[in-house]
Design a protein around this ligand. Structure first.
Ligand code: ADP
Ligand code: MG
Length: 725
């Protein structure tokens, strides 16, 4: 039984399971295909004139501006390479403020006078594009009559080929700016933030005697996602248009058995994952890890970290490839933060660190962190950054989708805090008490079975409940949402740490030029900063009520939803900091705020409208039909001179629920007519008046679902969507 979608899904899964395997289908070796479709270092070296190649590497490695005279040679080499690989078009690929990527394809083809055509691509076309981009949100930075927007080639992120069954397109990563030079995207501020942090970090490195010329932020984003059979997806208007289910009763079995987490991966899903990896390898995306996640039908994919700019582009590609490949396997990939109520939502863990141009990880504590002063300085700077810019960091991950995770008793909490782990927590305790003398060691781990090798034990355990955790040699920002562009939290975190590094560098430079030894200066600074910022450190259970109360006592922020978190973006200290380090102007920050706020209201509006639609056109008609059946049963039993308590009770309950659903649908519909007021008022109204009405309607309909016969329920159920795979 069950829905038609369910029967179709089962059929296609069976067909999948029974198809013969062929060794000819075995994918090529990853080491051979890796980077095959990338105009990367090796291709650049082979195809560019030596001086041009060197100039380009200087730009990529050290941020030296590229002389535009090199652009023609690079464009030509790119075009030749792309055409040899079957490309007919190129596209400037950029990341507008909407959070997704945008592309417009142009052909290389240029007609010649003799009626033929050649492939051409000039330096000018490589460097700058002008899409008719007036429809992208600009947060008021551009009105339509002055709508020029330019895409600007980012030479530090390598182009690649987007292959499809009918050809290939050369994809060129770009920034997107307005006629006045204001950033209309996420890449331009990301690159600016990376330059800002490099400058400040180098000041500190120089004090410690380093010869590094540049510091990069590094990023390894882990992506969580759901897969559902496409038959279910197409039978759910809410999944199609909102990316999440707006109705659906909890199934008898959810995730409580915990048998999904790291469980064996279903065959069809594994095939999908391998195809995704294969595609990503070819485009040079170093994906490394795959596994089942906590919720049924939830999975994770993680790459090896890269410089944050390239990592961001690769993350955007990863999301696109996940979505594009899934249908080939009869699946739909859901990147929404909360596709299903009652089971875990999806996040993106942004692993973040700093690396110098020699590849040294500046957050690597080494074996004896207590005397690794340089590490301690960088570490305490991150403490200051997260403490002082809690609000900004919270705002950087705020969205209607992430509201279902943060502040909703799910990982991670809405309160920003840092988990340091036993070893570092112990060292900072020692520092506060007068100086760190020792490092707690993990020692060897005895498994108790003699045949198993002795394992080195990590010095501290993990903590899954922390939104921001030190994990050995990097920080992991876990509150980031699954569907968002990681550029934005990267920008905000990088800015916050830039400010802290500036503070640290200024303090140490002054002390040293005043005659103090560096060691003494560092010792004094560490004590002062630990005392000032230790309130942000929390090593306990981040989900507990005790922590909520304790955090309030410590004066930490707790913004439970987007509408309350977003104003942190435009708080006075924040905007000045963006301006001071030239990461964004006040107008650019304000634009992000406006776009985020509007996006919240739009999302809730779409979800609300969808609920009205699904209720009116699917659920209520089905429920009324069943109500008629039951009423007829009651009547015919009566006519026969008997009475059925069961039928009468069912009818009464149905009438109650249907009446409630009717009036709640109407009430939601009226609430959605709200207009006027400032964008803030509008968003607040949606949060306070619309969201609760949506919840109430859902609750009623979910009750209806469990009293109605399966064959009459008009939507695929949770049990079907989550467990038929
Ligand atoms: P964990 O087990 O702590 O999650 P992994 O080694 O599996 O650690 O790493 C998780 C993610 O963190 C991966 O994407 C990895 O590449 C990334 N990562 C590791 N080191 C760094 C670093 N120095 N900077 C940024 N990301 C990193
Ligand atoms: Mg992780």
């Amino acid at each position: 039984m069950g829905s038609a979608a369910s029967r179709d899904a089962i059929q296609s899964i069976r067909a999948w399971a029974m198809q013969p395997t062929s060794s000819a289908d075995a994918p090529a070796r990853a080491t051979e295909t890796f980077g095959q479709l990338v105009f990367g270092d090796a291709v650049q070296k082979a195809r560019l004139p030596k001086d041009v190649y060197r100039a380009l590497r200087r730009t990529i490695e050290r941020g030296v501006p590229l002389d535009l005279s090199a652009a023609d040679a690079i464009a030509n080499a790119m075009k030749d390479w792309a055409v040899e690989h079957g490309a007919t078009h190129y596209t400037h690929w950029f990341q507008p403020m909407t959070g997704i990527t945008a592309e417009k394809h142009d052909a290389f083809l240029t007609p010649t006078l003799d009626g033929k055509a050649v492939a051409e691509f000039s330096g000018k076309e490589l460097v700058k594009g002008e899409p008719d981009a007036s429809s992208f949100p600009s947060g008021g930075m551009r009105s339509t009559f002055e709508a020029r927007g330019y895409t600007a080639w980012d030479p530090t992120s390598p182009p690649w080929l987007l292959k499809s069954s009918h050809g290939a397109t050369l994809v060129i990563p770009c920034a997107f700016v307005s006629w006045t030079g204001e950033a209309l995207d996420k890449k331009a501020p990301l690159l600016r933030s990376m330059e800002a942090i490099s400058a400040q970090a180098l000041r500190i490195l120089r004090l410690f005697g380093s010869k590094a010329e540049r510091v990069f932020t590094t990023c390894g984003p882990e992506q969580e996602y759901f897969l559902v059979d496409s038959h279910f997806f197409f039978a759910r208007p809410d999944l199609i248009n909102a990316g999440r289910t707006l109705f659906g009763a909890r199934p008898p079995k959810g995730q409580e058995m915990e048998d999904q987490y790291f469980g064996s991966i279903p065959e069809r899903v594994l095939a999908f994952m391998m195809e995704v990896e294969n595609e990503l390898y070819k485009c040079g995306v170093p994906v490394k890890t795959r596994h089942n996640e906590v919720a049924p039908s939830q999975y994770e994919l993680a790459p090896i970290f890269e410089n944050a700019n390239v990592a961001t582009d690769h993350q955007m590609m990863t999301m696109e490839v996940l979505k594009r490949v899934a249908p080939k396997f009869g699946l739909t990939c859901l990147l929404h933060e909360k596709p299903f109520a009652g089971v875990n939502g999806s996040g993106k863990h942004v692993n973040w660190s700093l690396s110098d141009d020699q590849g040294n990880n500046l957050l690597n504590p080494g074996d004896t962190p207590h005397d690794n002063l340089q590490f301690l300085v960088f570490c305490v700077a991150v403490m200051r950054a997260v403490d002082r810019f809690q609000g900004l960091l919270r705002a950087s991950i705020a969205s209607a989708g992430n509201d279902h995770r943060l502040g909703a008793n799910e990982a991670p909490p809405a309160i920003l805090s840092i988990f340091l782990g036993d070893q570092l927590a112990d060292i900072f305790r020692q520092i506060e008490e007068g100086g760190a003398k020792t490092t707690k060691k993990g020692g060897a781990l005895d498994t108790g079975a003699t045949v198993l090798p002795k394992l080195p034990r990590d010095a501290g355990d993990r903590n899954r409940t922390s939104p921001f955790a030190f994990t050995g040699n990097k920080f992991e920002f876990r509150a980031v949402s699954s569907s968002q562009n990681v550029a934005w939290p990267n920008i905000c975190l990088t800015l916050a740490v830039t400010e802290a590094l500036d503070y640290v560098a200024s303090d140490l430079e002054a002390a040293v030029s005043g005659g103090q030894t560096l060691d003494d200066a560092v010792a004094a600074l560490l004590v002062a900063m630990t005392r000032a910022h230790k309130r942000i450190v929390f090593n306990g259970n981040g989900y507990s009520d005790e922590w909520r109360d304790e955090a309030a006592r410590r004066g930490l922020l707790n913004h439970r939803d987007t509408v309350s978190a977003l104003p942190e973006l435009v708080a006075p200290g924040v905007v000045e900091t963006f301006e001071r380090y030239k990461v964004m102007s006040a107008r650019e920050v304000q634009a992000r705020y406006d776009v985020a706020l509007e996006s919240y209201s739009k999302t809730i509006n779409v979800e609300g409208q969808l609920m009205v639609l699904v209720s009116n056109r699917y659920i209520l008609p089905a429920a009324l039909g069943y109500q008629t059946d039951v009423a007829q049963t009651v009547a015919s039993v009566k006519q026969a001179g008997a009475s059925s308590l069961a039928a009468e009770k069912t009818l009464t309950r149905l009438c109650e629920l249907v009446d409630a659903a009717r009036s709640q649908t109407d009430s939601l519909m009226h609430a959605l007519e709200h207009g006027g007021g400032s964008p803030e008022e509008h968003a607040r109204y949606f949060r306070d008046e619309v969201v609760p009405r949506m919840q109430a309607l859902r609750e009623t309909c979910d009750h209806l679902e469990v009293v109605m016969p399966s064959a009459r329920w008009p939507l695929p159920t949770y049990r079907e969507m989550l467990f038929i795979k």
